[in-house]
Design a protein around this ligand. Structure first.
Ligand SMILES: Nc1ncnc2c1ncn2[C@@H]1O[C@H](COP(=O)(O)OP(=O)(O)OP(=O)(O)O)[C@@H](O)[C@H]1O
Ligand SMILES: [Mg+2]
Length: 224
């Protein structure tokens, strides 16, 4: 479903060339849960944004359902991204002037998602345990609550793929377990494919396919 081929991303800072992602190749099968672990600065967020079509690679390709995303026009890429995948960003990404419910519904503003988007948004809000915060603005929510809204938002367009960057970074253990169970349910019932960057060893270990990243280079972690 996702094929990453010899992907590299180079940053140059003060004339120094730096490979944040260094010739990375791997595949993610449809319906797979993949985890990526690695030290801070190893290139995980950069890799996710290359896969998600947000950052352009220096070389290499990303194929999603056999389509090379970086060969598409900007419009096609936006539409493809909107229909196929959604992101849970590492840092808060809610729109401050929209309520919880409006934030969750935002990804559906650019396409036809059927009638009951609001109903599904409310369902998702309940699934992340924030039913009573429907009309709250981000500034009136805790960091972990904002994070949960961002998680709910990732599912609103019923994406085939969810790219999650430290999705449970600021959640307590109990809430974290609820979020993981939501992911597991979406994975089993809707067949959603997940790529999850995490420092949490339990989450990483539960994934069927595990990668480790160090200095821009990815390696497979074998089961067992
Ligand atoms: N826009 C940028 N310009 C220059 N360097 C960058 C840029 N974005 C990231 N980097 C560098 O690329 C490297 C990888 O960053 P990245 O954010 O991918 O790491 P990460 O593995 O996600 O780390 P963390 O676990 O702390 O989130 C870091 O050394 C970072 O400083
Ligand atoms: Mg990161």
């Amino acid at each position: 479903m996702i094929e990453v081929r010899e992907l590299s991303k180079i940053y140059s800072i003060d004339g120094q060339v730096f490979k944040a992602v260094d010739n990375v190749s791997f595949r993610v099968q449809r319906g797979e849960m993949m985890s990526i672990i690695g030290h801070s600065g190893s290139g995980k967020t950069t890799l996710l944004s290359l896969i998600g079509g947000l950052t352009k690679p220096a070389s290499g390709s990303v194929l999603i359902e056999d389509r090379a995303i970086w060969s598409m026009s900007d419009d096609d890429l936006s539409e493809f991204r909107n229909k196929k995948m959604n992101f849970i960003y590492q840092f808060s990404s809610l729109v401050p002037t929209l309520t919880s419910l409006e934030n969750i519904m935002l990804p559906t503003a650019f396409g036809d998602y059927g009638e009951d988007v609001a109903g599904y948004a409310k369902e998702l809000l309940a699934l992340v345990g924030l039913k009573e915060k429907e009309n709250s603005y981000p500034s009136h929510l805790s960091g972990g609550q904002q994070r949960r809204i961002a998680i709910a938002r990732a599912f609103i367009n019923r994406p085939d793929i969810v790219l999650a960057d430290e999705p449970t970074g600021d959640l307590d253990e109990e809430t974290e377990a609820e979020i993981i169970s939501l992911f597991t349910t979406m994975n089993k019932e809707a067949g959603t494919t997940f790529v999850i960057v995490t420092h949490n060893k339990d989450i990483a270990a539960r994934a069927g396919h595990r990668l480790k990243m160090a200095n821009g280079v990815v390696s497979e972690i074998n089961a067992g």
